[in-house]
Structures are given as structure tokens and as C-alpha cells.
Design a protein around this ligand. Structure first.
Ligand SMILES: Nc1ncnc2c1ncn2[C@@H]1O[C@H](COP(=O)(O)OP(=O)(O)OP(=O)(O)O)[C@@H](O)[C@H]1O
Ligand SMILES: [Mg+2]
Length: 369
């Protein structure tokens, strides 16, 4: 998959921009605050309908403007796909998504046309922080793999909200009906997450060994859920909800189900969060992202877009070289503040980003040192 055009209008610090990156690696160089990450964020927004770093869409609208628009055109094995998103400052207007020139009625219709994996320094949160970051990682991957997952998750989250509202009101009469809705929606979510984790495990372990360069360090990733082993997810979910009823009424919230899932990460059998070094945690996070990249590639028969935000500077030269070797087959947008950061990346194009403008730099700048 390859971006042929990325268009922005009043997105973050940008007025109007058209970017047409070539195949291979495009490097975006610029000082801190120049707007490099903003460009990757725009691509992410087109792929998934949301930013990778904020849940507040309005932040992405250029200050002082009423609306922002992004549009991404990709060339794929099966032809051209064009997706776009428009955001509004006005709270009464919902975001609008476009697919191949038409307004889509549901956000989910955006998924799967252009797909991406983003690597950023914040990925460390995948390993270091709470389960939410890991659930989001799975959700982003699976939503791009299949729209059905995104819809199932949406249904589940809506049912969960309703059910939690009932619990707050102490409404025990309506609860059973919501139990059933919740359980029905949970089943595909759990099944797909479990299958994805099995696939991710195999690949992430291999990537870890390769990038870390140490045979004896065994990285493992396991789906952690009350329903992880369940063969009849819907029934077991119902039973789980019933068993938790008293606790739920006391705590006024749903205590059982995939909204509490996690991914268990270990290095040589020990929880990596507690015992891993910074470098080991970073390698683990990178391996998980690479595994996600593999899964999307296998699922779609072509590599997704790669967005590499400031990641090379954090790796030692050996790890950097191995990372580049792993992802060489995809079109990539790579940001850095320093020319020296992309040594070995062999960019097809180097662009300089400077407050709201992007310009091509001389080839000699890209090639040195
Ligand atoms: N809604 C907005 N309207 C106008 N400008 C914005 C908006 N949101 C962010 N910016 C500007 O965008 C810039 C930050 O862009 P970005 O995060 O892409 O920087 P960067 O080049 O990735 O920097 P770093 O190297 O530090 O990561 C800031 O200067 C900020 O003021
Ligand atoms: Mg940045």
C-alpha cells in the first residue's frame, strides 16, 4: 500500500498542504514543534478515524478555524482508495468521514481502506502502563483488520454504558436483558482478541529475539481475560455477570467482561513491567508493533503504511539497522529532528518541516553523512 496524496486543510498548525511521498522511506526532518508528528497524526486519522495521541478531535482543528479536513489517497493491489475526515469546532456537528468521494454513514466504513502502524516514543506505555493502552493496541489492530470487529466493539461499549447506567440507578429489573446484549456483543470481541494474541505472540517473540539480539531472552505475550479459555464465550459471560451481580450492585459498575481484558507480557517468564530494563521494555513495545505490522500485512496481502515517529534516535545502531531491515518492504514516513538519526534508512525523499510548511531538501542533505 502506498500513499499517493495526503491533503490537509486547517489541520493543527497547517493551512493547506499537499504531500505526495514516493515509494520507500520519506524522512521528515525538523525542529521540535515544527509539525512532524502532526503529519503522521493526519495519516492515522484517515486510517482509523481518530488521532493516535488525543481523544479530543477538536485539538486537531487549526486554532481559530471552524473546521479541519484531511484526505488520504492510497494505491493498493486492488486499486485506488480515498478516505477523508472532516472535524468541526461546533459541538453540535459530528465528524464526517468520506470513502471514495462519498460521505459514509458510519465511522466503521473508514476502516481497512488505508491501514497503518505507528511507532512512537509513547509506545513504551504499552509495556509500562495499565491495561487500557494494551486494549487500545488490540482494538486499533483488529479494527483495521476487520470492520466487523470495530462494529462488535462499538456495540459492546454502548451496551456497557447502558448497563452501567442501570447499575447506578439500581435498576435490577432491566438488567437481565442487558446482560444478554452485553454477552452477545462480547463473544466476537473476545474470540478475535484471543486469536490475534496467539498470532501476535509468535511474531513478537521472534522480533524480540531478532531486534534484541539475545537468544536467551524469551519474550512472551498472552491474552489475559476472564474469558481467555472460554469455549462458549456468550454463556460464560452471562454466568460471569450473574456471579458478579452483588459486587456490581455495590460498586455500581460492570465487573466482568472484555472491557477489563489485558495482555500479559513477560520476559523469561517474569513480568517485564516489574523486572525489565528500559531498553528491554522498549524492545518489547517495538516487537509488539512489528508483530501488528506483520498481521496486517498477512491479512491484507500487502504491507500497511508505516509511521515512525522519532523512534530511530532511541535505538542503538545495531537495533536501528535490524528494525530498518524488518520494515524495508513498506512505504514509511519517518520523523526526526536530526539528519544523523536516519543513517542507514536510505530515504527516497527528505522533507524539511518548518512551522506549517514542508519543502524538499537537496538530495545531498539526505545522503549525508
Ligand atoms: N490546533 C492547532 N492549531 C495550531 N497549531 C497547532 C495546533 N495543534 C498543535 N499545533 C502546533 O503544532 C506544533 C507541534 O507539532 P508536532 O507535535 O507535529 O511537532 P513535532 O515536529 O513532532 O515536534 P517534536 O520534534 O518535538 O516531536 C506546535 O508548534 C503546536 O503549537
Ligand atoms: Mg513529534
Amino acid at each position: 500500500m502506498r500513499i499517493t496524496a495526503l491533503r490537509l486543510r486547517d489541520f493543527r498548525g497547517y493551512g493547506q498542504v499537499l504531500l505526495a511521498p514516493p515509494e520507500g522511506v520519506t524522512v521528515l526532518v525538523g525542529e521540535n514543534g515544527a509539525g512532524k508528528t502532526n503529519l503522521l497524526e493526519a495519516v492515522h486519522l484517515c486510517c482509523l478515524g481518530r488521532s493516535h495521541r488525543t481523544s479530543n478531535d477538536k485539538e486537531m482543528i487549526r486554532r481559530g478555524q471552524e473546521t479541519a479536513a484531511v484526505q488520504l489517497t492510497v494505491e493498493r493491489n486492488d486499486g485506488r482508495h480515498e478516505v477523508g475526515v472532516r472535524l468541526f469546532e461546533n459541538a453540535r456537528r459530528r465528524k464526517v468521514v468520506y470513502v471514495n468521494g462519498k460521505t459514509a454513514s458510519r465511522l466503521g466504513e473508514l476502516m481497512g481502506h488505508a491501514t497503518c502502524v505507528i511507532f512512537s516514543p509513547e509506545d513504551l506505555a504499552l509495556v509500562k502502563e495499565g491495561p487500557q493502552a494494551r486494549r487500545r493496541f488490540l482494538d486499533m489492530l483488529l479494527s483495521q483488520e476487520q470492520r466487523a470487529y470495530f462494529y462488535a466493539l462499538q456495540t459492546y461499549m454502548t451496551a456497557l454504558k447502558q448497563r452501567n447506567a442501570l447499575l447506578k440507578q439500581g435498576d435490577t429489573i432491566s438488567l437481565p436483558a442487558w446482560d444478554e446484549q452485553l454477552a452477545a456483543a462480547a463473544a466476537p470481541v473476545v474470540r478475535l482478541r484471543r486469536a490475534a494474541c496467539e498470532q501476535l505472540h509468535k511474531r513478537a517473540a521472534t522480533h524480540y529475539r531478532y531486534i534484541g539480539g539475545r537468544e536467551e531472552e524469551i519474550f512472551a505475550l498472552r491474552y489475559q481475560s476472564a474469558l481467555a479459555q472460554s469455549e462458549h464465550v456468550e454463556q460464560d459471560m452471562l454466568a460471569g455477570l450473574r456471579a458478579c451481580r452483588e459486587e456490581e450492585l455495590r460498586r455500581q459498575t460492570t465487573c466482568f467482561g472484555p472491557h477489563r481484558d489485558d495482555i500479559d507480557l513477560t520476559l523469561c517468564g517474569e513480568p517485564i513491567k516489574a523486572f525489565g530494563s528500559q531498553g528491554q521494555m522498549r524492545t518489547a513495545a517495538l516487537s509488539m508493533k512489528l508483530a501488528a505490522f506483520d498481521l496486517l500485512e498477512a491479512n491484507q496481502g500487502e504491507p500497511p503504511l508505516l509511521l515512525l515517529d522519532d523512534v530511530l534516535s532511541e535505538l542503538d545502531p545495531d537495533r536501528r539497522r535490524r528494525l530498518i531491515a524488518r520494515i524495508g518492504r513498506a512505504q514509511a514516513l519517518l520523523t526526526c529532528t536530526d539528519q544523523a538519526d536516519f543513517i542507514g534508512a536510505r530515504p527516497a525523499c527528505v522533507l524539511r518541516v518548518e512551522n506549517g510548511s514542508i519543502r524538499e531538501t537537496g538530495a545531498e542533505e539526505g545522503e549525508k553523512p
